[in-house]
Design a binder for this molecule. Structure first.
Ligand code: TXA
Ligand code: MG
Length: 331
């Protein structure tokens, strides 16, 4: 059984106690719910992989209550400090060299010389991180390959009985995962578009290199960047200009006519609203579309600026050809 803990002092102290004891607690962040475990404890980290049925040991993001805490475990560059000052707490993850005396365990970093760190912008999450006082590894709290969870019900749909508790902090405000920026090399590289737009980052530190998500035959830079991900059960068709009779519709702005079931990301075509409603919409259309006998989910075009880049990235993966289950290696 997985306990649903409320976002009260009692719920918080129970969650902290579980995490300190090496147990798993999902908790809300501003992006998506994370499946938290002590990043300094290889057993706890192994439990995360097991609970998610993650087929390979991808590196995990470690979460901290503030930048000083984070920078005790990695070596910050000047850009890292500036970005932390500007965007933390917030949906930005920095990949930096691990500090020689850092406590993030090898399994959490998948043996890499670098580690991904972030300070989330959710009050309860921050209070939890402060209470635990250790790096908390937290991939999205879904079964591997499935749609990310943006509320506590979504977490339980996939992980009930597989984790110790979920700390219910309500729906996530941003709704897509953090932007991942690799600062460990000579030039900053965008590994995953996310909640902070690359334009906003470039306004602070200058040009950022984009890394192509799927260069076949090449090892992915961020292992979670493999193509098929965030996949609902129904196939997904992007850039729909019209809807077929047996399709469910993920609309953006003015909805196309003729779908059996519609979820509008944002009637007013706002990208922030669309991001916050994306994963709930994919889940809804998957469930209702299947019930109504739909064959597919059609998706209206979304612009590729600002948060649109993160939305299109997730939709592109949801639409990608599905590899055999054992081939999937995703966050
Ligand atoms: O918004 C988020 O980032 C959420 C919330 C819970 O914080 N977490 C999340 O974690 O999306 P996850 O595990 O689903 O995605 C982490 C990504 C993976 O693609 C992983 O490969 C990449 O971060 N990553 C982690 N450490 C890395 C490293 N040292 N170098 C490159 N990529 C890394
Ligand atoms: Mg994930």
């Amino acid at each position: 059984m997985t306990d649903r803990l409320s976002s009260t002092a009692d719920g918080l102290s129970r969650a902290a106690e579980l995490l300190r004891g090496g147990r798993l607690v999902a908790f809300g962040t501003e992006t998506v719910y994370g499946l938290g475990g002590d990043a300094t404890d290889p057993l706890a980290v192994a439990r995360i992989f097991e609970a998610k049925k993650r087929p390979r040991f991808n590196p995990l993001i470690s979460h901290f209550a503030d930048a000083d805490e984070a920078f005790r475990h990695v070596v910050p560059t000047a850009s890292a400090r500036i970005l932390a000052e500007r965007f933390w707490p917030g949906p930005l993850t920095l990949v930096l060299p691990r500090a020689a005396d850092g406590a993030i365990c090898d399994l959490a970093a998948a043996g890499l010389p670098t580690a991904a760190v972030r300070v989330p912008a959710e009050e309860t999450a921050l209070a939890l991180l402060r209470a635990v006082g250790r790096p908390i590894a937290a991939p999205s709290a879904n079964l591997s390959g499935a749609v990310s969870p943006s509320d506590a019900d979504h977490v339980l749909e996939g992980l009930d009985g597989r984790i110790d508790a979920v700390l219910d902090t309500g729906p996530c405000a941003v709704g897509v995962e953090s932007t991942i920026l690799d600062l460990s090399g000579d030039t900053p590289r965008l590994l995953r578009p996310g909640g902070i737009s690359v334009e906003d980052i470039e306004a602070v530190i200058g040009p950022v290199a984009r890394v192509s998500a799927s260069k076949t035959g090449q090892a992915p830079v961020a292992p979670g960047m493999l193509t098929s991900h965030y996949a609902p059960g129904l196939p997904v068709r992007l850039n729909a200009q019209s809807v077929e009779a047996d399709e469910a519709l993920l609309a953006f702005g003015s909805p196309l006519e003729g779908a059996r079931v519609v979820w509008n990301l944002s009637e007013t075509a706002r990208l922030d609203e669309a991001a916050s409603r994306l994963f709930a919409g994919l889940r809804y259309l998957d469930r209702e579309g299947t019930r109504l006998g739909c064959r597919r989910i059609a998706v209206q075009p979304v612009p590729s600026t600002g948060l649109g880049l993160a939305i299109l990235d997730r939709l592109g993966r949801a639409a990608a050809p599905r590899p055999a289950v054992q081939e999937r290696s995703v966050a």
